[in-house]
Design a protein around this ligand. Structure first.
Ligand code: PMP
Length: 287
């Protein structure tokens, strides 16, 4: 396994970061999780756009141009001989001193890791996941904007811990006003009477690349879609519920907080969207 580390390829054992790195000390940095399907970097442009937008927003100077970054991704995949897998792209503020001032960090660090991915079973896609809502609140854009895909994932990790305690794979966060926001690392959709709903990002959700791909697919398939706030009540009484994310793709939810959703398995719209999604993953992107 070859890891891209600031322009060099090093082995896993030699891929090391300084204890003074502000990504490590403060979570000061950004990242992307990207899929490779049959050698295709799915939605490469969208991921890089989000990365460079996150960087601009936090005044992080990425030491590679957009083209160089894309080239680095392609080269890392090539070196590892992987045709299907997951790419983790991290840009941290880099090594500084112990103060939190980013001025002390001379140069951002760029790390690219490609790996096999542990994915849900086909059975899980057919039958759906069990999920729960948790007490952690998703921050709304008055605090750290959820559109910034930063290395600060502590809140999401607390959600994951609650999911683990409940014995479920993914949990649902609401915001401080009680509107459903997203999962620990997935966006959420519900379907009611043939209409697909997903929360607008301002309620506290990352603008997921998979989310946007599903919104686009709904348009192509003629499925009515509304981006509007909804509550846990709407989730409980929905005909279908599903999560979307780079790793999860489109995964049905069959039960939330003990309430059975619809027929208690992947519904027809979720199934259709998953099928259509899987048709574009090998073509929409960069080879
Ligand atoms: N929300 C959060 C908090 C996430 O970390 C992720 C995974 N990147 C998602 C949603 C899904 O986004 P995407 O479809 O871009 O993977």
């Amino acid at each position: 396994q070859w890891i891209y580390l600031n322009g060099e390829f090093v082995t896993k054992e030699n891929a090391k970061v300084s204890v003074f790195d502000h990504g490590f000390l403060y979570g000061d940095g950004i990242f992307e999780g990207i899929r490779i399907y049959d050698g295709n970097i799915f939605k490469c442009k969208e991921h890089l756009d989000r990365l460079y937008d996150s960087a601009k927003s936090i005044m992080l100077d990425i030491p590679l141009t957009y083209e160089e970054m894309q080239e680095a991704l392609v080269e890392t995949i090539r070196r590892n001989g992987l045709r299907d897998g997951y790419i983790r792209l991290v840009v941290s503020r880099g090594p500084g001193n112990l103060g939190l001032d980013p001025k002390r960090c001379e140069r951002a660090w760029v790390i690219i890791i490609v790996e096999q991915l542990a994915i849900y079973s086909e059975e899980a896609y057919r039958n759906g996941l069990v999920s729960v809502s948790v007490s952690q609140r998703r921050n709304i854009p008055d605090a750290l904007n959820p559109k910034i895909k930063s290395l600060n994932y502590l809140n999401n990790i607390l959600v994951k811990i609650q999911a683990n305690l409940a014995g479920v794979g993914e949990a649902i966060m609401v915001n401080s006003q009680g509107y459903v926001a997203e999962g620990s690392s997935d966006n959420i959709f519900i379907v009611k009477r043939g209409v697909v709903y997903t929360p607008p990002c301002y309620v506290g959700a990352l603008e997921g690349i998979t989310r946007n791909a599903i919104i686009e697919l709904c348009g192509k398939l003629g499925l009515p879609l509304k981006e509007e706030p909804f509550t846990l009540h709407d989730v409980y009484v929905a005909d279908e519920v599903f999560f979307t994310g780079t790793a999860a793709e489109v995964i049905a939810v069959r039960e939330v907080d003990g309430r059975v959703i619809g027929e208690g398995k992947a519904g027809p719209i979720t199934t259709q969207l998953l099928q259509e999604f899987r048709k574009i993953v090998t073509v929409d992107g960069v080879k």
